[in-house]
Design a protein around this ligand. Sequence first.
Ligand code: COA
Length: 456
Amino acid sequence: MSLDLSREMYYSYAEKKKLIFYPRIQKNLRELYKRKLVAAQEAVQVIKSGDNIVLAFGCGEPPALLEAMARRHHELEEVKVHQMLPIREANYLNPEMAKSFRHVSWFTSGPNRQAVNEGRADFMPGHFHEYPLFFQKYINVDIFMGTVSPMDDRGYFSFGLSVDYTSTAAAQARVIILEVNPNMPRTRGESLIHISEVDFIVENNDPIPEIPIPATTENDKIIGGYIAELVEDGSTLQLGIGSIPNAVADILQHKKNLGIHTEMVTDGMVDLIESGAVTGSKKTLHAGKIIGTFAAGTRRLYDFISDNPLVELYPVSYVNDPYIIGQNYKMVSINATLQIDLLGQCASESIGPRQYSATGGQTDFARGCLRSPGGKGFVALHSTAKNGKFSKIVPVLQKGAVVSCSKNDVDHVVTEFGVAKLRGKTARERALALIAIAHPDFRTELQAAAHKMELI
Ligand code: COA
């Protein structure tokens, strides 16, 4: 099936520029490359105080440019640096540079979580599929910086492992600076940018960061087992962040004709493909193809994706659009949460008021699955946190916690004590179903609280 380019939400680089198939300059590409190639320190001279910079995220972040930018901290003020999910520690995030650089986090992780929670950086709420739209409607992009794979003979670089919002942010930017890295895989789908669009090129050959495969616990395996029982052959999968989705991938290896339409492409998916469980043959959208918007994992994953016609990465405004997700037959999404209340409201991104991650694509996929014929959404969590000290199923969410996924969008909830199907259940039935899968040590107090709230 071809892409539905007419839809308002699907803003791609190609659409915006109307140029990608007819680049302005066809000749002397190498000459042009040489003219645009500068040292990182020179490229970042273009940054002015007050600029809005958008960085590619995850494996796409440009470390040489970030380092060069941080070195200019004494000359700059109030530069806003927007990025989702940084992977590396970056000097510009240090407290002593806070006056020069104001980081705007679109998903907190190790390197920026502290800055956000100390008030030195800001947090941008939103659903992942809307992020490209933000760059078109609400945020003026002065400069885009990201890592790409080397230029091909026709003058195209690939955004590689990070297609997501990068192509749209680049299309909106006044200045585009690319960090060309031979270790960045070239990816298929819609991941290209032409040299005629680029202002400065910097070269770097740092290894692309690797994310270790999360260790799987016994409880992860039990949870994975419950989910696997409900995943039918021929389903199309999205697997989220964390150890549980990874355990599910392991357990699904005996299934048949699975497909993948996911936000993040992971190592667990390569195992599923290599085991023969994934063929994509039953997919109703992009049959036979693995569709994603970014990838993060080990070098094995990156090598698998590199120029592999089986894997196509598209902008997140397409991949995560619930309307698109819902066109997949038997769409299954598996995501994690930090805390859930007795109605099914998921606080997946904060621990109390403390920002831990972001909504990401959790609601995008939950809603997409609800639209999909035969679709099933799963929210998976361990029943307790901090070695059994706290129940993650609670009568009301911790004060200050934010709801990432609404009660109206949650379908199945799974812990190591079983599965609670919430869709189609009343508030009372939900509370009872969730108490039944809470850790036994907390069930009596949950029941008492539910009585007090007149829920049961
Ligand atoms: N109270 C207190 N602390 C809690 C807690 C609770 N209810 N629940 C979890 N924690 C702590 C854990 O102990 C752990 O702390 P540690 O790092 O000090 O050990 C930390 O919070 C993370 O918890 P964990 O359960 O290990 O999370 P995870 O790594 O499996 O990630 C999410 C889970 C929810 C954070 C992650 O899935 C997420 O960000 N989701 C939102 C985005 C999303 O789903 N996108 C989907 C498409 S990819």
